[in-house]
Write a protein that binds this ligand. Structure first.
Ligand code: AMP
Ligand code: TRP
Length: 339
C-alpha cells in the first residue's frame, strides 16, 4: 500500500482514536479484478487499523444509469460483493450514499466554492463526454464535488482508491483548500492510499480494466466464465512462436500472477526461457483466480439469496453515521451564514 503525498499515520489502539478513512465505490454490477486488486483489498486490510467508512455511491451512478430497477439491483450486488470479499460490518461502516441525503446538500455548498474551470478540465469528465455523448448531464460535471462532499462529511483524511481516482482526489484537496480559505479551517485535506496494483489492465492488455470497456475478469461469475475471460487475455504481443522467449514485464498475465501466489518469479522465469507457453501461464492464472475467489463466491451467492440481511447491514450503517453527518452540516451551515 502506498500513500500519494504523506506517510500513513501510525495506527492507534483504541477504536475511537483510530484515524478515519473513507472510500466510495459505484454500484456498477459485478465486481472485477481491477476493483478488488486496485481498491477493495485495501478496504479489507485497512478496516483493521482504521476507523473505516465505505459508501456505495448510488447518487454518482445516476450520472450514467437511469434505469431504476437496474440501479437498485446493482446496489444490492455491490453490497453483497463487498461483504463477501471481507468487509466486516462489526469492523467498518458500510452504507449507501442516498441513505444519507446530507451528501447532496454538502455537495451544493461545496459547489459554491468550486470554479467551473476546475471541473471542466477533469479527465473523467472529458472521457464521459466522449463515452456518453447523448447524455452529458450536469451531474457528470459536478461529480467530483459530490465525491469531495462524501469524503469531508466524515472529515476523513485517507482515501483508499485505484490510481484512476488520483485526479478526483487532487480536486477534493483543492475544494477543501478553497472552503477552508474562505470559511476558516474546517476540513482536513484527504490523501489517496493506493494498493500494490493501483492500475489493473484489462484482458486487452492495454487499457485499464473497466466494465464499460468490456475487458474485465469478473470475480463472482461461474468458474467457466472466469476461465473464458482469462484465456482471452492478450499476452506479450512480440512472442509469436511458442519457442520465442516471453517478456513478463510487459505481459499482463504475468503481472497478474504477482497477485495470486508467491512463486511468480519462477513463472516469469519459465516464460523468459520459453519453458512454458502463454497458454500454460493463462491456464494456471485461471485456476488460481477461480480457487482464490471460490469461498467469496459462495458467500456472495448466500448473501444474494438473503437480500433482507444485506439491507439491514446497509441501514444500520447509514444510521450509525447520522450524528456525524448532522454535526458536519450544522458547522458548515453556521460558517456559511445559513444559521
Ligand atoms: P468504480 O467501479 O469505477 O467505482 O471503481 C471502484 C474502485 O476500484 C475505485 O477505487 C477504482 O479506483 C478501482 N478500480 C476500478 N478499476 C480499476 C482498475 N482497472 N485498476 C485499479 N483500480 C481500479
Ligand atoms: N469516483 C469514485 C469511482 O468512480 C467513486 C467515489 C465516489 C469515491 N465518492 C468517493 C471514491 C469518495 C473515494 C471517495 O470509483
Amino acid at each position: 500500500m502506498t500513500v500519494e503525498t504523506a506517510p500513513v499515520p501510525a495506527p492507534m489502539e483504541a477504536p475511537a482514536q483510530r484515524p478515519r478513512i473513507f472510500s466510495g465505490i459505484q454500484p456498477s454490477g459485478t465486481v472485477h479484478l481491477g476493483n478488488d486488486l486496485g481498491a477493495i483489498r485495501n478496504y479489507v486490510t485497512l478496516q483493521w487499523e482504521y476507523e473505516a467508512i465505505y459508501c456505495i455511491v448510488d447518487y454518482h451512478a445516476l450520472t450514467s444509469t437511469h434505469e431504476s430497477d437496474v440501479l437498485r439491483e446493482r446496489t444490492t450486488e455491490m453490497a453483497a460483493s463487498l461483504l463477501a470479499l471481507g468487509l466486516d460490518p462489526e469492523r467498518c461502516t458500510l452504507f449507501v450514499q442516498s441513505h444519507r441525503p446530507e451528501h447532496t446538500e454538502l455537495a451544493w455548498l461545496l459547489c459554491t466554492v468550486t470554479p467551473v474551470s476546475w471541473l471542466e478540465r477533469t479527465p473523467t469528465y472529458k472521457e464521459k463526454r466522449q463515452n456518453q455523448p447523448d447524455d452529458i448531464n450536469h451531474g457528470l460535471l459536478t461529480y467530483p464535488v459530490l465525491q469531495a462532499a462524501d469524503i469531508v462529511m466524515y472529515k476523513a483524511s485517507l482515501v483508499p482508491v485505484g490510481k484512476d481516482q488520483a485526479a478526483h482526489l487532487e480536486l477534493s484537496r483543492e475544494i477543501v483548500r478553497a472552503f477552508n480559505a474562505r470559511y476558516g479551517p474546517t476540513f482536513p485535506e484527504p490523501q489517496a492510499v493506493f494498493t500494490e496494483a493501483p492500475v489493473v489492465l484489462g484482458t486487452d492488455g492495454v487499457k485499464k480494466m473497466s466494465k464499460s470497456l468490456g475487458n474485465t475478469i469478473d470475480i463472482f461469475v461461474e468458474p467457466a466464465a472466469i476461465r473464458k475471460q482469462v484465456m482471452s487475455m492478450v499476452t506479450d504481443t512480440k512472442r509469436i512462436l511458442r519457442t520465442d522467449p516471453g517478456r513478463p514485464e510487459v505481459c499482463n498475465v504475468c503481472q497478474l500472477h504477482r497477485s495470486f501466489g508467491d512463486d511468480y518469479e519462477e513463472i516469469w522465469d519459465g516464460e523468459r526461457t520459453a519453458r512454458t507457453g502463454c497458454v500454460d501461464t493463462k491456464k494456471l492464472l485461471a485456476d488460481r483466480i477461480i480457487a482464490h475467489y471460490a469461498p467469496a463466491r459462495e458467500r456472495y451467492l448466500e448473501l444474494m439469496a438473503h437480500p433482507a440481511e444485506v439491507a439491514g447491514i446497509l441501514e444500520a450503517g447509514a444510521d450509525r453515521l447520522q450524528p456525524m453527518a448532522a454535526a458536519t452540516m450544522d458547522d458548515v451551515r453556521r460558517k456559511m451564514g445559513l444559521r
